[in-house]
Design a protein around this ligand. Structure first.
Ligand code: ZN
Length: 487
């Protein structure tokens, strides 16, 4: 009688409460009582006909059974199981069949504008794993800082990882005067990852079935590198890593063979460090003002019959896509690279809106969707009192708005296969430390994770709202994440 009453209480109280929501859930009465370590209670079976990353989880009073065809599926079953266990070690009886909607479920981590370090990366990776996110897009080079050790070019980190100051943290820009930035004049750096650090992070992520995709920006967002090696730019001028936010017009010289060789050398070392199949080569926000008057750039355009400066960027994208392909890697570029008419192998990351991804899919390129609205989670989240709300690009990326994300919106069915998935982008101009970084990421990344894992017909904002408080508590208690409230 006591056991039955307990079973009914579990069934009533501990409704299956999992994020992202699984494909199929059949909940029954009763529970399994965990004794000792979870893994000792669980029987694993490999079933070849279960799709990649997918699993079946059966919980019965006598035991727990997990089937998958691969290690990732098994891992995700365990993440679901973690969320089912009550504080007293009871797991409700249930059958779950689960499979992800998209294979790219990511977070962009910007370590350049501010630097967060290995422990913060590991915390992020742990929270990603719990939410079945599987791509860490690691933004490592910028106007404001170069953050990865390259053995052949030590000045990249000696010089490029230190900027003489940063914009003041409150009033950053004089309205109407884009060029006026108040500088705190406090040197920021040196801060970067050694190659040993990179290997440690890549390995830590791999154990959690997360692929790390490094981003080495070209031809723009390059002022830190040009400060270290002025000959990489068009003018040869000596600069310092930038002390303001925005986009520098001083970009890599596209006409200088030595600059192309430098970038190849950098990519050689990067490809060795990152065993995953993708290398992001940036391509966004590259002003062509300096190229327009650079003799070397103009000569390359004339010699190759390129369509002006956009054609020169297109040539660079094409060159490095092929260079990486020869090393077995696929190049990714921000949606601006479409202006240079890239080859079909280049993956397009659509950020200025969904249009880049729509255009990419129509011309036969694969795409990852991360439109500013709602995927830029450095935007305000619409809380009543948000201590970390500094900027507003004209909308609030509320939890509900994030939950409305559909990566294939506007994509014809026969092109939807080109959409690999999507990601939340957490740019760090206005994020000074790890605590703020976490606040902006969570719980909004839980909402985006469900958009990327769960089929649209299984999604419901009301249902998500009911499930998110438990996940929030788990992020806070188990992973020590500074998770924003749910209002
Ligand atoms: Zn040039």
């Amino acid at each position: 009688m006591g056991a039955m009453a307990g079973a009914l209480a579990i069934s009533a109280n501990a409704a299956v409460n999992v994020i992202p929501k699984p494909s199929f859930v059949d909940e029954r009465e009763g529970f399994f009582q965990i004794q000792g370590r979870i893994t000792d209670n669980v029987r694993f079976v490999q079933e070849a006909n279960i799709p990649a990353e997918s699993y079946r989880l059966i919980v019965a009073p006598a035991g727990i059974y997990i089937a998958s065809s691969d290690e990732a599926g098994k891992f995700y079953a365990m993440q679901t199981l973690r969320q089912l266990i009550s504080e007293d070690g009871k797991v409700p009886c249930v059958t779950i069949d689960d499979t992800p909607r998209f294979k790219w479920r990511g977070i962009l981590f910007d370590d350049c504008r501010h630097f967060f370090g290995k422990e913060e990366l590991k915390k992020t990776i742990n929270a990603m794993a719990l939410n079945k996110l599987n791509v860490l897009h690691w933004h490592l080079t910028e106007d404001q800082g170069w953050r990865i050790e390259i053995k052949k070019y030590p000045r990249l980190t000696d010089i490029g990882s230190v900027r003489p100051g940063s914009p003041l943290p409150v009033v950053l820009k004089t309205p109407g005067n884009e060029d006026h930035w108040e500088n705190n004049n406090i040197p920021y750096g040196p801060c970067y990852y050694t190659q040993e650090d990179v290997k440690e992070i890549v390995e830590y992520a791999a154990k959690r079935h997360i692929t790390v995709v490094p981003e080495i920006e070209l031809p723009g967002h390059a002022l830190a590198a040009i400060s270290a090696y002025p000959e990489l730019g068009c003018t040869g001028e000596q600069f310092e890593p930038w002390c303001r936010w925005g986009v520098s017009e001083h970009i890599y010289c596209g006409g200088n063979d030595a600059t192309i060789k430098f970038l190849e050398d950098v990519l050689d070392e990067v490809c060795e460090l990152f065993p995953g199949p993708f290398i992001h080569i940036g391509g966004d926000e590259a002003p062509k003002t300096v190229w327009a008057t650079c003799p070397k750039c103009q000569k390359r355009i004339a010699d190759l019959g390129l369509k002006g400066e956009e054609g020169l960027q297109g040539w660079m994208t094409d060159h490095f896509t092929k260079y990486l392909a020869a090393k077995g890697k696929r190049a990714i570029g921000w949606d601006e690279v479409l202006d240079g008419e890239p080859g079909k192998d280049t993956i397009i990351m659509s950020w200025r809106g969904p249009q880049g991804g729509i255009k990419a899919a129509a011309r036969g390129n694969d795409a990852v969707m991360c439109p500013v609205d709602p995927c830029y989670i450095d935007n305000p989240q619409g809380l009543k009192d948000d201590p970390y709300e500094y900027i507003n690009y004209g909308f609030q990326a509320t939890l509900e708005r994030c939950y409305s994300f559909n990566p294939t919106a506007g994509i014809p069915d026969d092109q939807a296969g080109h959409i690999l998935g999507g990601q939340g982008n957490n740019w760090s101009e206005y994020t000074w430390n790890g605590s703020e970084l976490e606040w902006k990421m969570w719980p909004r990344m839980c909402a985006l994770a469900e958009c990327l894992w769960t089929q649209p017909e299984n999604k419901s904002w009301e249902c998500f709202k009911a499930r998110i408080p438990a996940m929030r508590q788990r992020l806070i208690r188990e992973l020590h994440i500074n998770c924003a409230p749910v209002e």
